[in-house]
Design a protein around this ligand. Structure first.
Ligand SMILES: [Zn+2]
Ligand SMILES: [Zn+2]
Length: 340
């Protein structure tokens, strides 16, 4: 079967590898849609495991199940989670699923015609897709689940002022989720097209990232933002976060700058103003269930975020599109698409 082997962002190879054969407790699924995530193009994060078959936003169809599997059958439409927590350890008991000490990863990933789903992920990381969630829509389950978790960790409540820095896929999902809580949402970006989409999706203010964001927010709302969500790794955005957060507010690092970057925190001002800084990484099973529910109830619009659907052969182009940060939003790899 065909698969993509990623060495780094400039060395992405189409390879032919043996079709895996599932054991008694495993299953083989055919990948129909797999999203290219912003995190897939972050070299410092992915390189330690290279070369690897990337892709973790997977919508697939079951083609073969091991003899001991009763809960799934050939033809089932499924979402396969990238990794699953054990549900038993200290961290799982406290709801810190991403920190599970026994977390099981599913690699190789979805940029392949087929993937073998290991036992732990058959048991706890496979979700049947409701009929009204398409395979393309299913690639948003994992990113939306991460967004849901971040807003829950931050404690965003109804009608608060939320500033989202970055209008990529995660920024636009953050926006829609915050609007469901009737929050006042300000969003920024450098790309005009993303800002107009943000406005159509309900942003109260969509501002060019080069504007004086802090001043604009205070002019509009009479105060600064209760929450600032960083959906970009730019250092300028971090400075804006410091300037735009209100006293008692919270800054959420949903994206972070590279490890070689130094970030200086104005800790003294934050201490007297009781400003919190939190991080949010990945998601847990309850967030995935919630994401599936929101998508199936059509409460979050994702189809308008899909800008490209490409065959495996064009994965290198997909990486270029996402890395450029221009008009591409969600880029989906379709391993069953034939290039002729
Ligand atoms: Zn992702
Ligand atoms: Zn655990």
């Amino acid at each position: 079967m065909k698969a993509i082997l990623w060495f780094n962002n400039n060395d992405i190879r189409l390879v032919d590898i043996p079709l895996p054969v599932p054991g008694p407790k495993e299953m083989l699924v055919k990948v129909i849609s797999c999203g290219l995530c912003g995190s897939d193009v972050i070299e410092w994060y992915r390189l330690p495991r290279a070369p690897l078959i990337p892709g973790h936003e997977i919508g697939a169809e079951v083609v073969e199940v091991g003899q001991d599997i009763t809960q799934y059958k050939r033809g089932d439409r499924v979402f396969i989670a990238p990794k699953v927590p054990c549900g038993q350890c200290y961290y799982c008991h406290h709801g810190h699923f991403p920190q599970c000490t026994e977390i099981k990863e599913r690699l190789p990933g979805g940029f392949a015609e087929y993937i073998l789903v290991p036992e732990a992920i058959v048991d706890r990381g496979t979700y049947l897709l409701p009929d009204n969630i398409s395979f393309d829509e299913s690639t948003f389950i994992e990113p939306l689940a991460c967004v849901i978790r971040s807003q829950r960790l931050a404690g965003i409540k109804r009608k608060q002022i939320v500033l989202i820095l970055g209008s990529g896929v995660s920024g636009l999902l953050q926006l829609q989720l915050a609007k469901r809580k009737e929050c006042n949402v300000v969003i920024t970006d450098l790309v005009e097209k993303k800002l107009s989409l943000a406005q159509e999706m309900g942003a109260d203010l969509a501002l060019r990232a080069t504007d004086n964001i802090s001043e604009r927010i205070q002019l509009f709302f009479g105060k600064k933002a209760d929450f600032v969500i960083l959906c970009t790794s730019s250092l300028e955005a971090i400075d804006q976060a410091w300037q735009c957060v209100d006293k008692g507010g919270t800054i959420i690092f949903f994206a972070v700058p590279g490890p070689e970057k130094k970030v200086i925190i104005p800790l003294n001002a934050f201490w007297t103003q009781e400003i919190k800084i939190i991080t949010s990484y990945y998601c847990g099973p309850p967030d995935i269930q919630e994401a599936i529910r929101l998508l199936s109830e059509k409460k979050i619009e994702v189809n308008r975020l899909i800008t490209h659907r490409l065959p495996l052969e064009e994965t290198a182009l997909a990486y270029k599109l996402v890395l450029s940060g221009q008009e591409a939003l969600k880029v989906i790899i379709k391993p069953q698409l034939n290039v002729s």
